[in-house]
Design a protein around this ligand. Structure first.
Ligand code: ZN
Length: 422
């Protein structure tokens, strides 16, 4: 059975809050957990499903009463004692050896490291560690308590509200108040040093990588200043960068967090553009979350454009040069992709990233710098902590600048042929 976007997410209800108690044994990779999910039924439901991959489910309660349940693939089907209407609370006990979800995006979700755990779930890895309504548009708040060996640091995407050390295990409790998509929730467990980079920026990194990482992420506070000026205030409290002590193919964003591999740190700032890219996702992807995966260019095109903005700001190649370079490179690749709806197989195709950024550059060329940056800021502000679609962005750009921009967006987003700047 192959994981697919369409099989995740469940109809009939919206989740408002996840309360997770996770008891994790690192050596045997054993998770014993309880999830308490507060949701609102959109109609009377005599049964409903959640996404959950693997695990043995020990029991399900709905509004305090035992409920019948069954498993099928990565679904947990629940039949409450009586139909739910309006607000309801479902409590699920589950345990087992968490494993990443395999498929076309590699292994995503809860992943054992050499000495710890990494969670990076984009796009559909969240059910590898908690039962959820795994759809990007169903954003919720979270409280997550993780109990594990006291020898390890635990970082969860949220604010640390308490840490209680027992004889051998420590319980870390985090809260995430801002509405957050399931794929952006993350748990990081490792032997990390916790370093302050600025008042609101922290770096979690293994001891032997401290000095290289301090240097490589040293300009991140300047990036934060640039993006705050261009896109509006940073949407969360803290920004935490975790550098795992394993290699990762690509860094990945989580809410108020980014996860890099040790291979992205060399003490030479080789991967500077990725530092900018992940930070920019806090605005585009995390605060403004796409309502469906087909709108992915609203995440990746914007984050790529932010790389170019940082390049110019920091004395590297200008946006104009990078746009010209990437348009030329794309013109040598097959024009068989529509980035406004790239399809599941091409969700993270490089052309979505680069052509997405070029779309913004074409918009900027059409409307002028001051209108362009004003509409980016008002976009980030008006949709803060919400969900977004391509049609909404086009309507926003048109209402902010006046003339119809349909021809521009159609050419860049809806047709495979690569347009020229005009
Ligand atoms: Zn990205």
């Amino acid at each position: 059975l192959r994981a697919s976007l369409a099989s995740h997410g469940n109809e009939g209800y919206r989740v408002s809050h996840y309360d997770l108690e996770l008891d994790y044994k690192i050596g045997p990779n054993r998770l014993s957990a309880r999830a308490k999910i507060t949701a609102v039924a959109l109609k009377a439901l005599s049964r409903f499903t959640l996404d959950l991959a693997g695990f043995k489910v020990g029991g399900v309660h709905v509004d305090g009463r035992a409920a019948k349940f069954s498993r099928s693939g990565d679904k947990l089907a629940v039949k409450p004692a009586r139909p739910v209407t309006g607000k309801f609370v479902v409590e699920i006990r589950y345990s087992g050896n968490p494993r990443p979800i395999g498929g076309r995006w590699g292994d995503i979700g809860w992943d054992e490291l050499t000495d710890g755990v990494l969670v990076a779930s984009q796009p559909i890895g969240a059910p590898s560690w908690f039962p959820c309504n795994d759809h990007p548009a169903d954003k919720a708040s979270y409280r997550i308590a993780v109990t594990t060996s006291s020898a390890y640091a635990v970082l969860v995407t949220g604010s640390l509200v308490s840490r209680r050390a027992g004889a051998s295990a420590t319980t870390w409790v985090y809260e995430r108040e801002e509405p957050t998509a399931t794929y952006l929730m993350s748990v990081q467990i490792g032997r990390y040093e916790d370093l302050a980079m600025s008042e609101s920026q922290r770096l979690a990194v293994s001891r032997r990588l401290v000095s290289a990482a301090r240097y490589d992420f040293g300009r991140q506070p300047e990036m934060m200043a640039l993006f705050s000026r261009l896109f509006g205030p940073y949407p969360f409290g803290e920004y935490v960068v975790v550098v795992t002590d394993d290699d990762l193919d690509d860094p990945v964003e989580a809410q108020g967090m980014a996860i890099f591999g040790r291979n992205h740190v060399d003490g030479k700032r080789t991967h500077q553009r990725l530092v900018a890219h992940e930070l920019a996702h806090q605005w585009f992807g995390n605060s403004l979350t796409i309502a469906e995966w087909r709108h992915i260019w609203l995440n990746e095109g914007f984050a790529t454009y932010a790389e170019w903005l940082w390049s110019e700001e920091s004395g590297g190649p200008s946006v104009e040069d990078l746009a010209g370079l990437w348009r030329a490179r794309l013109s040598s690749l097959p024009a068989d992709l529509v980035i406004g709806d790239p399809g599941e197989a091409n969700l993270f195709d490089e052309r979505v990233y680069k052509r997405g950024a070029l779309t913004l550059h074409a918009l900027r060329a059409r409307v002028g710098d001051s209108a362009f940056f004003a509409l980016l800021r008002s976009w980030a502000d008006s949709r803060r902590h919400g969900t977004v679609t391509t049609a909404e962005f086009i309507a926003h750009a048109e209402s902010a600048t006046g003339p119809s921009l349909g021809d521009l967006f159609t050419a860049w987003l809806d047709e495979p042929a690569l347009p020229t700047f005009s």
